[in-house]
Design a protein around this ligand. Structure first.
Ligand SMILES: [Zn+2]
Length: 221
């Protein structure tokens, strides 16, 4: 398994926004929380979709402090994921960081590399035609993992194929003070925390109606 994980992604740690031990960063977090509270009053979504509307996807130069994030007009996926994790945790959701590897094509990768190099940002999230991505996991009341992409604004599900933009590998990261199980279920697939695993689509269980139809078809032959 690990031989299929590009070397730069194997030990990659999750992005964490730093905090000055001072008012600046406390105020910055409160700023994000207050916009989020206003947004939540108007939205049906449990996810803070406003973050991606307010900030664009672009290179970030790490480390980043909370008080700096409020002054920027865009970030990389690690900053997006860290902000969204903070907001969801503040609202009482059970949140875990999720790392992903996705397939793209050579042209995307060349464009991204030049964009990131120009900004003097680290390009260690790109390797051949694969890219490292960070998303946000939320554990549901049924103990299942939902993975949300704070940039594409959608739930991430196992791939249909190894095609363009598809997730090939996933690693859910155990949060600090975690008291839950070491295995979590994502779309029918059991995942170990802190391990890269292939993202595989689980066979769809046929409903009783479908099974009955199949029996009917067979009995008519
Ligand atoms: Zn600060």
């Amino acid at each position: 398994m690990s031989d299929r994980i590009p070397q730069p992604f194997r030990e990659k740690s999750i992005s964490v926004i730093s905090s000055h031990d001072a008012n600046c960063c406390n105020t910055a977090r409160a700023w994000f929380e207050s916009i989020d509270a206003a947004y939540c009053r108007k939205s049906d979504s449990r996810y803070p979709e406003w973050v991606q509307k307010e900030f664009s996807w672009k290179p970030s130069n790490w480390p980043i402090y909370w008080c700096e994030a409020t002054q920027m007009d865009g970030f990389d996926c690690g900053v997006f994921a860290a902000i969204v994790r903070h907001l969801l945790t503040t609202k009482g959701h059970c949140v875990i960081p999720v790392q992903l590897i996705e397939n793209f094509n050579e042209q995307n990768v060349i464009n991204w590399e030049s964009q990131w190099r120009q900004a003097k940002a680290n390009t260690n999230w790109i390797c051949d035609s694969k890219s490292y991505h960070e998303a946000v996991g939320v554990i549901s009341d049924e103990d299942e993992l939902n993975v949300w992409d704070p940039i594409d604004q959608g739930e991430i599900t196992p791939p249909n194929s190894e095609g363009y933009g598809q997730v090939t590998h996933i690693r859910p990261i155990e949060p600090k003070h975690w008291t839950g199980p070491q295995n979590i279920i994502w779309e029918g697939q059991s995942l170990n925390l802190n391990k890269w695993q292939e993202a595989t689509q689980q066979p769809v269980k046929e409903s009783t109606d479908q099974q009955k139809q199949i029996v009917d078809v067979h009995s008519r032959r």
